[in-house]
Ligand binder design. Structure first.
Ligand SMILES: Cc1cc2nc3c(=O)[nH]c(=O)nc-3n(C[C@H](O)[C@H](O)[C@H](O)COP(=O)(O)OP(=O)(O)OC[C@H]3O[C@@H](n4cnc5c(N)ncnc54)[C@H](O)[C@@H]3O)c2cc1C
Length: 474
């Protein structure tokens, strides 16, 4: 651990590694990386270093280890649980991967590409599209979030139903471990059973087990045809029924199935009034079908939805006729988080449930919450196809909202206890970060917690890799 007079020497050594212009110490330049996207957490740091290669990341990690400085890996800083925000101690180093943004290679025949961790997700989607392939991870923050952050959070998004989460899309990884060694597992093999697979520990570890520097990822054929529909349904239960029927009818051609509550839509319409309104309905579903272009998918979708209109499964519906219409429908869904942010801070729950129990959760949670907080309002939306709900609660005026936030723990207990009872998870896709650490220990078994702690101690005995995330202390 360095003494009070040593930070300057430490920073000088870092500047020698990354170049002075890539070591951020000026408070104004540092500020954006010290606060999370929602503005819930603000920390302090010695500096932010921006390495340009895995070798530079290694050198930084070794300096931090020698000086006893905590490291906070940071990608696009769009995470929603405070995982990339340093604590308030001011003695950590933020390590930003943005300069490591090269697509190293694309193998069309193997349907794979190798990218550096700082590539923005949208950049990878475009690189794949340029060679007629699809990289299917897709989420509203895709212009800013980086693949390293997507891997570290095991991101989900809107196409998990068809293609899986980030974990399912990853063939190999390269990472700098907390001891400064480079772990090279950058193979693009579909099969490789050769002992423990560190890849799966690093994915979803939220930067607590090492710094991901590159990844080999799966590609898929680019769909030639996409059909997007906005449907009105009577209730979440009706949406679940419809999902089940749609899956049976379309199987892998169903690539997205999103549930949207009326308040979500109302907030988007308030803050993004230029977006055309969809048909009014008690609840909404945005679904998408994708195909090779030879299966007359539009015709099949039209027939299917006409039958559902007739049997009352849906009350109304439109299919996008142009790409512009499709984009507008998706914008209604993708701007929900932004619209909520504009309304002020809400208490967010990113939960997973067996899809068959999502409606039961919504029916049971509402009376439990209103009994304790009579004027509470909730925004419920999410990736119904994956049983993933974003269930966010707030009060209408800011004074009442501040009072609710002061009782966040009580709200969370109600929501998460019910999720646990229904055999769900308190984090579907955002991770634990700082936001949910106390609840992780509430629901994991002692054996699960002990195994997680043993892994952390084995890889990071000094506890310097993103401390205070997932667990308050390991
Ligand atoms: C509008 C909006 C919509 C969103 N929608 C979704 C969604 O649909 N699905 C979803 O899953 N998430 C969603 N998110 C959350 C967020 O975008 C994802 O968690 C994303 O994967 C974070 O990537 P990032 O690069 O911004 O990571 P950051 O926020 O920078 O970091 C997130 C975590 O990863 C760690 N980390 C970052 N880079 C590395 C690295 N190279 N090596 C090791 N650790 C690293 C950080 O330390 C931190 O713990 C959304 C966020 C916003 C703002």
């Amino acid at each position: 651990m360095y003494s009070a007079s040593e930070p300057t020497a430490f920073l000088t050594r870092l500047a020698a590694i990354v170049g002075a212009s890539h070591l951020i110490t000026d408070p104004a330049d540092l500020a954006p990386c010290l606060t999370d996207w929602r503005g819930r957490y603000t920390g302090r740091a010695l500096a932010a270093a921006r390495p340009g290669s895995a070798a530079e990341v290694q050198a930084i990690v070794r300096e931090c280890l020698a000086a006893g400085v905590a490291m906070v890996p940071q990608g696009g800083n769009t995470g929603l649980v405070g995982g990339a925000t340093p604590d308030v101690g001011g003695r950590a180093l933020v390590i930003q991967l943005a300069r490591m943004n090269r697509v190293r290679s694309i193998d069309r025949v193997n349907h794979a590409l190798v990218v550096e961790a700082g590539c923005a997700l949208a950049q990878i989607q475009s690189a794949a599209e340029a060679v007629g392939r699809l990289f299917p991870l897709s989420l509203a923050a895709e212009g800013s979030c980086q693949i390293g952050g997507n891997l570290a959070t095991n991101a989900g998004g809107v196409q998990v139903l068809r293609y899986g989460t980030m974990r399912d899309l990853t063939l190999g990884l390269e990472a700098v471990l907390p001891n400064g060694e480079l772990w090279s597992g950058l193979t693009a093999l579909r099969k490789n059973n050769t002992g423990y697979d560190l890849r799966h520990l690093l994915i979803g570890a939220e930067g607590t087990l090492g710094i991901i520097t590159a990844a080999a990822l799966k590609l898929f054929p680019l769909p030639a045809e996409t059909v997007t529909g906005w449907l009105g349904v009577a209730s979440p239960a009706a949406a679940i029924d419809l999902l089940s029927k749609t899956r049976m009818g379309f199987d892998a051609q169903l690539t997205a199935f999103e549930l949207i509550c009326p308040l979500s839509l109302q907030l988007v319409r308030r803050h993004f009034p230029h977006l055309p309104p969809p048909p009014s309905a008690p609840w909404h579903v945005l679904c998408e079908f994708s195909g090779s272009g030879e299966d007359n998918l539009r015709h099949k979708a039209e027939n299917f939805l006409t039958a559902r209109l007739r049997d009352g499964a849906i009350s109304d519906g439109i299919l996008a006729q142009t790409n512009a219409q499709r984009k507008n429908l998706w914008a209604l869904r993708e701007n929900i988080s932004e619209a909520q942010k504009k309304e002020g801070i809400s208490i967010k729950h990113d939960i997973a449930l067996p899809t068959s129990r999502v409606a039961e959760f919504l029916e049971r949670v509402e009376p439990l919450l209103t009994a304790r907080f009579p004027d509470i309002r909730h925004v419920a939306f999410g990736h119904l196809g994956d049983g993933n709900l974003h269930f966010n609660v707030s009060m209408q005026n800011s004074a009442a909202n501040a009072r609710l936030l002061a009782r966040e723990h009580e709200v969370n207990e109600i929501v998460y206890d019910l999720v646990h009872t229904l055999e769900g998870s308190i984090s579907a896709e955002h991770g634990i970060g700082q936001l949910k650490r106390e609840f992780l220990t509430r629901y994991k078994t002692p054996a699960q917690l002990a195994a997680m702690r043993a892994i952390k101690h084995a890889l990071d005995p000094a506890g310097l890799m993103n401390p205070g995330k997932i667990f308050e202390a390991f």
